[in-house]
Write a protein that binds this ligand. Structure first.
Ligand code: DC
Length: 210
């Protein structure tokens, strides 16, 4: 079984997807962490992110695995290194390269072949798992998105700066050649701006019948 959740940055997808997976006792998969890990490696190796071929070659040579819902890059658990301002600002560009998307999608499909999952990202409901049993689009106002990121306390930016950065990122994510963020016609749309985590979970769980 696949429960797929898409939506913009800061809509609460990770928190919600993790909780839903826990309650259904199935695996949680955060597809954004694959793009973030590739970006982490590119930045560490000082690859020019505007050089598409260099980015693709670098990404193709990486050994990416996902163990217990944690990203493992070349044998090292990098999960705790993926949420920096620098990676936030650059992962969108890296994920805009079609070949990079194919590398990530192949990995995800392989890793999840024989297991039930709750996955979240931008194109889980549309490209990666178009036949998912359950699809959701989790939205939030730009104010709610920025406030959530601000409250995480991991950014060194002001609330206004975070708002501008998220706006820019969502624009990029909505205008990709492939895998752009859009609402699947068969997805349940949920605006989480004024809802608690528990309320969103209840809406989602009420649609899932197992
Ligand atoms: O969900 P996130 O913020 O961790 O995602 C990091 C970046 O990766 C973000 O810029 C969007 C991109 N992404 C994507 O293009 N497709 C996905 N399925 C998931 C994330």
């Amino acid at each position: 079984m696949v429960v797929a959740i898409d939506g913009p940055a800061g809509a609460g997808k990770s928190t919600i997807a993790k909780e839903i997976a826990k309650r259904l006792n199935i695996t949680f998969l955060n597809s954004g962490s694959f793009y973030r890990a590739i970006t982490l490696s590119l930045l560490a190796s000082k690859v020019n992110l505007d050089d598409e071929k260099a980015v693709i070659d670098h990404a193709a040579a990486l050994d990416i695995d996902y163990v217990n819902s944690r990203l493992v890059l070349n044998g090292v658990d990098v999960e705790d290194k993926l949420h920096t301002d620098e990676i936030d600002a650059n992962a969108s560009k890296v994920s805009s390269y079609v070949e990079v998307r194919h590398i990530v999608n192949d990995k995800i499909r392989k890793i999840t072949k024989k297991i039930s999952i709750v996955c979240e990202g931008r194109d889980m409901t549309t490209v990666v798992f178009p036949n998912a049993e359950y699809k959701f689009y989790l939205d939030a106002s730009i104010e709610a998105q920025a406030m959530r990121r601000f409250k995480q306390g991991v950014s060194s930016m002001s609330l206004e700066e975070i708002k501008a950065a998220i706006k820019k990122r969502d624009e990029l994510d909505k205008n990709k050649a492939e895998g752009s963020l859009k609402i699947a016609s068969d997805a349940v749309y949920i605006d989480s701006s004024d809802l608690t985590i528990e309320q969103v979970c209840e809406i989602i769980l009420s649609k899932i019948h197992i």
